[in-house]
Ligand binder design. Structure first.
Ligand code: NAD
Length: 471
């Protein structure tokens, strides 16, 4: 049992005033492995006060100083990669297929932001105006459990590049990971108060941050429901907000797709991060004339996917993060059957070969219509819907008929055709024939998938405010 008893404020690990605790679990074994002492609104006030004291110093730093900080942060995270993987595996259950991306990503986002900063013009002349980009003010970040290190590091990197200070509230379910990451970040020796991290629950610490009058900017990643609450709270003081929310992303398999290449990619993007990724392509749009062939292949390849604990390096799908999440996914698998969809693979319950852990049977529904709740609501587990379409126009219409607009995927053997289809999809990121990573490209959603963009110059500008001086 490990008890996390501290939060990080003003460059030091301190005991929070909040006294409540919540439990931490290993989702692969269901064992309780620790507790975390939760910060409350008083701790948020202390953290914001520290960030406020450090703000003017940080705002005055040069580009070169910020780049040096980003490089130090990257190095201290990279130096503990093995420990970071081990803790993420234990507390989140992520298999190697995910940790092998997520941990290097947490170190590289600092370098990516350093590169963005290097090329960014903070001053430009527009007509008679001298326009200067300045930090909006003290920032807050609120992050989820499904890639804890990455979200903390990317938001911290952006704050530093913008020359602002930040208070970060990660998910209380990731406290062991946060504690280890904090030990790394502390090693970078940044000035006191530049970043402050408080463990706490959303309705207490998160709500206090969202409403805090001294916070000018909130960068949130999490569910659309929480995003709405944060936006409403932020409205009271007209905070700037970046919201990275949920998704129900379509994968359009065009009728000329090479299925040998397509099917593994469709499953990889559908079941990515054990189905717990906002960008997963969970609606698979299949041409009617190739439906039988595609179903046969999805069934064979889907059933062969390995589910289990992360200590088996061949595992592709790990457990759900919590019992609550497992039950939620089960309820959607039940709902799909009640709505009249057919199970191609999977179903309720745990996979037969596993006797414990919050594991879900990878599930693919066929006979799904885009009006069913399983096709409209984010499930956040390894559950995919196959929806058939008659022609390209109908595929595009179904893909866009959603409240979300985070990601979309197109599979085709004809690059021009794929681009033409991609250009008609209402999503912040459209990937053709796979999911290539482009770290400096803007990331974020249309519609209820969010507001604003992260990464690269678009992400940096979301923490900045233009000021025009006209002579
Ligand atoms: P969540 O919304 O429950 O929690 C996210 C964070 O918000 C946590 O730190 C939580 O404590 C906090 N929070 C909750 N209610 C709050 C409130 N009222 N005020 C302030 N803070 C509050 O989300 P989750 O279950 O941790 O994560 C899964 C969700 O995140 C999914 O919907 C997923 O799509 C989304 N997500 C989006 C992206 C993206 O970039 N678009 C990336 C990853 C996850």
């Amino acid at each position: 049992m490990r008890n996390i008893d501290t939060i990080y404020i003003d460059g030091a690990f301190i005991t929070p005033q909040g006294e409540e605790r919540s439990s931490l679990f290993n989702p692969a074994t269901e064992e309780r492995i620790g507790t975390v002492r939760l910060a409350d609104a008083r701790d948020v006030d202390t953290a914001v006060a520290a960030a406020k004291r450090a703000f003017s110093g940080m705002a005055r730093t040069s580009k070169a100083e910020r780049i040096a900080m980003l490089k130090r942060l990257s190095a201290v995270v990279a130096a503990r990669s093995d420990d970071l993987v081990a803790t993420m595996t234990e507390e989140y259950g992520a298999p190697a297929i995910f940790t092998s991306f997520a941990v290097p990503h947490a170190a590289s986002v600092f370098l990516d932001m350093a590169e963005t900063l290097e090329g960014y013009q903070f001053r430009r002349t527009i007509g008679r105006a001298e326009v200067e980009m300045r930090a909006s003010g003290i920032a807050a970040a609120i992050t989820p459990w499904n890639s804890n290190y990455g979200f903390i590091c990317s938001k911290l990197a952006t704050a530093i590049a913008a020359g602002t200070t930040i208070v970060i509230k990660p998910s209380e379910m990731s406290a062991l990971q946060t504690q280890l990451l904090l030990q790394c970040l502390h090693e970078a020796g940044l000035p006191r108060g530049v970043f402050n991290i408080v463990n706490g629950i959303g309705s207490v610490a998160g709500a206090a941050l969202s409403a805090h009058p001294d916070i000018a900017k909130i960068s949130f990643t999490g569910s659309t429901a929480s995003g709405r609450a944060i936006l409403a709270a932020a409205a009271q003081t007209i905070k700037r907000v970046t919201l990275e929310l949920g998704g129900k992303s379509p994968t359009i398999i065009l009728d000329d797709a090479d299925l040998d290449r397509t099917i593994p990619q469709v499953l990889m993007t559908g079941f990515g991060n054990s189905g717990q990724a906002c960008i997963d392509g969970t609606r698979i749009l299949v041409p009617e004339r190739r439906l039988d062939e595609i179903l046969e292949r999805l069934k064979a390849a889907g059933a062969a996917m390995k589910v289990g604990p992360a200590n088996d390096p061949g595992v592709q799908i790990g457990p759900m993060v919590s019992l609550k999440q497992w039950e939620r996914v089960q309820s959607y698998i039940r709902l799909g059957q009640e709505e009249g969809a057919t199970l191609l693979i999977g179903g309720e319950g745990r996979p037969d070969h596993l006797d414990r852990g919050w594991f879900v049977r990878p599930t693919i529904f066929t006979g799904v219509t885009n009006q069913m709740r399983i096709a409209r609501e984010e499930i956040f587990g390894p559950v995919l819907c196959v929806i058939s379409y008659r022609d390209e126009a109908e595929a595009i219409a179904i893909a866009n008929d959603t409240d979300y607009g985070l990601a979309a995927y197109v599979q085709s053997s004809d690059p021009e055709r794929a681009r033409r289809v991609a250009g008609q999809l209402e999503a912040g990121r459209v990937a053709i024939n796979g999911a290539p990573h482009e770290p400096l490209a803007p990331f974020g959603g249309f519609k209820q998938s969010g507001i604003g963009r992260e990464f690269g110059p678009f992400g940096l500008e979301a923490f900045l405010e233009p000021r025009a001086i006209i002579t």
